[in-house]
Design a protein around this ligand. Structure first.
Ligand SMILES: Nc1ncnc2c1ncn2[C@@H]1O[C@H](COP(=O)(O)OP(=O)(O)OP(=O)(O)O)[C@@H](O)[C@H]1O
Ligand SMILES: [Mg+2]
Length: 349
């Protein structure tokens, strides 16, 4: 055994397209990925973050744990989407304990949800921004969103060791694997099926995060429509497989069409970046999630924004047995595991 006998931490990412799970062990040498699994979900099981078929999602989680022989029922998982809001806010300078008492009142000024219906958390980003002020990252998650998530876990026989916010988990994976200059603006672009989450970070500080309604599903729909294909054929094409009667040129044209739409959506967020004091320019972009693998997307974004655009590799700093990924290697899987790895590397007491 690579890293002693300590139980691994299980990171569980319940996505609308597929469920991802990882087991991460911590040892003197750092982190090791000892196991992972991905299980597809029917598209109607979770729609726009909302659980439509609870039984199906629970069965899929249970089967995934069984087939991957995961024994632990303590999991680190996350919520994201419309039921969660994160904001960077100024507050009077005070100690963390004091801020904890005060945060509800602050949240009322900054969060458009009824404060009675949310769970609040916060983190002091900068304890002294001058003028007796500090800067805080405030997270508000709707009770409804959290309860639906906990209900799924309970149904699958799992206990929540930690419940995180999805974008923070991606950022956590980033901080483990990459070094960024303190003044660089990094765009972490996490492309799922329904939603793309873009999180601009500077140093360890999330400048602002936003969900865009274009991701893998929008690409599949466009490909289906433009090339007259079925859902399955479009999925094959997106995964880089050949589809009968589709020429390489027409496929390339369709993917370029999607990449263009996607890049425009990202461009629109840049004015918000400027408003939040981040300047107009990102220095670098990392693409994660299954949608990161959409053909020509990476190149298109690099050309449009004239910055380095990389595929996120959350396993860069993790040890693992190469046999875990078979002959194909981890390249086509690693970006899909980003959020789950960000959860699996969390400290669990
Ligand atoms: N190898 C691949 N190449 C290209 N695209 C892929 C690949 N694998 C998955 N995708 C696309 O990525 C999307 C799924 O990505 P991911 O697993 O990150 O989503 P999810 O977490 O289930 O969804 P969401 O976060 O929106 O709830 C799908 O739209 C799928 O078509
Ligand atoms: Mg996802």
């Amino acid at each position: 055994m690579l890293f002693g006998k300590k139980a691994a931490t299980v990171g569980l990412d319940i996505g609308s397209h597929q469920i991802k799970v990882v087991e991460v062990q911590k040892g003197g040498k750092g982190h090791a990925l000892v196991n992972y699994g991905i299980a597809p979900l029917l598209p109607e099981a979770i729609v726009e973050g909302e659980i439509m078929d609870r039984g199906l999602v629970i069965d899929t989680i249970k089967t995934l744990f069984e087939t991957r022989k995961i024994k632990s029922n303590e999991v680190v998982s996350s919520v994201s989407g419309r039921g969660v809001i994160v904001k960077r806010i100024p507050m009077d300078k005070m100690k963390e304990q004091e801020a904890r008492e005060r945060i509800k009142w602050e949240a009322e000024q900054h969060i458009p949800f009824d404060i009675a219906d949310v769970v609040l958390d916060f983190q002091i980003l900068n304890p002294d921004t001058g003028n007796n002020q500090m800067e805080v990252s405030l997270v508000a998650a709707k009770n409804e969103t959290i309860n639906a998530h906990l209900d799924l876990l309970a149904g699958a026989g799992l206990n929540p060791a930690v419940l995180d916010y999805g974008a923070f988990a991606v950022q956590n994976a980033f901080e483990l694997n990459y070094a960024a200059a303190p003044d660089e603006i990094i765009a972490l672009v996490h492309i799922g099926a329904d939603i793309t989450n873009i999180n601009f970070v500077k140093g360890a500080i999330p400048f602002f995060t936003r969900d865009l309604p274009v991701a893998g599903n929008a690409c599949l729909q466009l490909i289906q429509k433009n090339l007259g294909l079925s859902y399955d054929q479009a999925s094959e094409l997106v995964r880089g497989e050949q589809v009968q009667d589709v020429s390489a040129e027409s496929a390339a044209e369709a993917f370029n069409g999607f990449a263009g739409d996607f890049a425009s959506q990202i461009e629109r967020t840049l004015s918000f970046l400027a408003m939040s004091g981040g300047g107009e320019k990102m220095n670098r972009m990392y693409l994660s999630g299954g949608g990161a693998l959409i053909p020509s997307l990476q190149q298109h974004l690099a050309d449009k924004f004239q910055i380095p655009v990389e595929l996120f590799n959350p396993l860069q700093k993790l040890a693992y047995d190469p046999n875990l990924f078979g002959a194909a290697g981890p390249e086509k899987v690693a970006p899909i595991l980003t959020l789950a790895v960000g959860l699996g590397i969390r400290e669990v007491k």
